[in-house]
Design a protein around this ligand. Structure first.
Ligand code: ASP
Length: 422
């Protein structure tokens, strides 16, 4: 019988095969046949088609998922104190995550001094707009035009308004809400279908990058990966450790030990949503959070709270700015924090979506969306790691709310046995 490989394995094969092929072709890159038919036709065709399929999803994904996100947040804040507290925690931890990511990328400078000529990306560095203009131009004069032109921030504002409107209208707009829910399912299905082509797309993109740039691209990509992984680690230990200790006095090591089964599932599936059943079970049986609370905060977290994704988006934006020699400036950092927070809210808990939502952040700071192609090839590894952090963030916030609301059974948390929480 033929062995069936999972998508993740296939993407890894594509990555490695692309790397090897690219490096083999590099010395021959100027041979006319290789240059014209392999690098600039075959690889460009497959890689370009893949990237365009992803770009095709950006506007629908951002609009539909943010409308749904806003509608959800709206109806949850109506639930009162616990709802507001949960959302506040989720947002604050995400903003901290991005700040750590930006700081690390600025210190390590993964994209500086690479000697790489990115002129062939056909990109002229656009001036990042002044912060005040970013604010004023957030309001679209014409939402349809904003969508047609892919003006992300304007689309976001319109989506948030639409979502809020849907919450306020409640049952009166039930059909429209249902329509958005179904559109959301449809858009995510399309992303899933496109992802089936990922092994080939990744192969072609990586092969083309390395056939043109050779080993030169290896070091910056490795540094980029290390920065993301480092920021994820720092956020998980420092931010979560401090928050847990300060608000709950629970032992962070014990927390990690009890929660690790869920983290492993998140790592292997690269999907917060797919991990949700395990996250819920772990929360109740090994961490002692009441069912009442966890059944509300964890599904919400799996949908809107993505600290790991935000970290990738923060590092990626700075990395790409460095590669293209664009000075982002302080206003730019604020824009990144704002848009990456929104982008992570809009990111669905399924594999690969965080990278598509990155387009929204890049666009806001005047960077080329095409640059996603540079990091697409290695994203799966980072996707797996950031998903583990995404659900850890949900759990830490849940524990804090549980402790402060008297919904935590510390005996369960501290015991080594698995006990069902009441
Ligand atoms: N895969 C991530 C998750 O499910 C989302 C992403 O960053 O793509 O949490």
């Amino acid at each position: 019988m033929k062995k069936q490989y999972g998508l993740t394995t296939k993407i890894f094969f594509g990555l490695i095969a692309g790397l090897i092929t690219g490096l083999i072709l590099y010395p021959m890159r100027e041979v006319p046949f290789i240059e014209n038919y392999i690098i600039n036709f075959l690889f460009q065709l497959v890689g370009g088609a893949f990237i365009n399929s992803i770009r095709m999803m950006i506007v629908p994904l951002v609009f539909v998922s943010l409308t749904m996100g806003a509608a959800q947040i709206g109806s949850i804040t109506r639930l009162g104190r616990i709802g507001t507290k949960t959302i506040a925690f989720y947002l604050v931890t995400t903003a901290i995550a991005i700040s750590i990511a930006i700081l690390i990328a600025i210190i390590v400078q993964p994209g500086i001094g690479t000697g790489i000529e990115l002129g062939d990306a056909a990109f002229e560095a656009r001036q990042s707009p002044a912060f005040v203009n970013v604010l004023v131009n957030m309001i679209p004069r014409n939402p349809i035009k904003a969508m047609a032109e892919g003006k992300m921030l304007q689309i976001i504002v319109f989506a948030i308004l639409t979502g809020t409107g849907l919450t306020v209208l409640g049952d009166k707009a039930k059909k429209v809400t249902e329509l958005f829910e179904q559109l959301n399912t449809l858009v995510l299905k399309l992303v899933e279908l496109i992802m089936y082509a990922a092994p080939y797309g990744v192969f072609a993109l990586i092969a083309r990058t390395f056939a043109t740039l050779g080993f030169e691209m290896m070091a910056p990509l490795a540094w980029y990966m290390l920065c993301v992984l480092g920021a994820l680690l720092i956020h998980a230990t420092l931010t979560y450790g401090t928050l847990l200790t300060a608000f709950t006095k629970l032992n962070p090591i014990k927390f990690l030990k009890n929660f690790s089964p869920a983290m492993l599932v998140a790592f292997s599936t690269a999907s917060s949503s797919a991990t949700l059943p395990v996250t819920l079970k772990t929360a109740r049986e090994r961490l002692g959070v009441s069912e009442r609370l966890s059944s509300f905060t964890l599904p919400l977290g799996a949908t809107i709270n993505m600290d790991g994704t935000a970290i990738m988006q923060g590092v990626a934006t700075i990395f790409i700015a460095q590669l293209f020699n664009v000075d982002i400036g302080v206003g730019g950092f604020l824009t990144i924090i704002l848009t990456a927070t929104l982008a992570s809210i809009g990111t669905a808990g399924v594999p690969g979506v965080g990278l598509i939502m990155l387009a929204m952040v890049l666009d806001q700071v005047g960077l080329p969306v095409e640059a996603i192609a540079l990091i697409m090839g290695i994203d799966r590894i980072l996707d797996m790691s950031r998903t583990a952090i995404n659900i850890t963030g949900d759990m830490v916030c849940t524990l804090i709310i549980a402790k402060t609301e008297g919904e935590l059974n510390e005996e369960v948390f501290n015991s080594d046995k698995t006990v069902a929480a009441k």
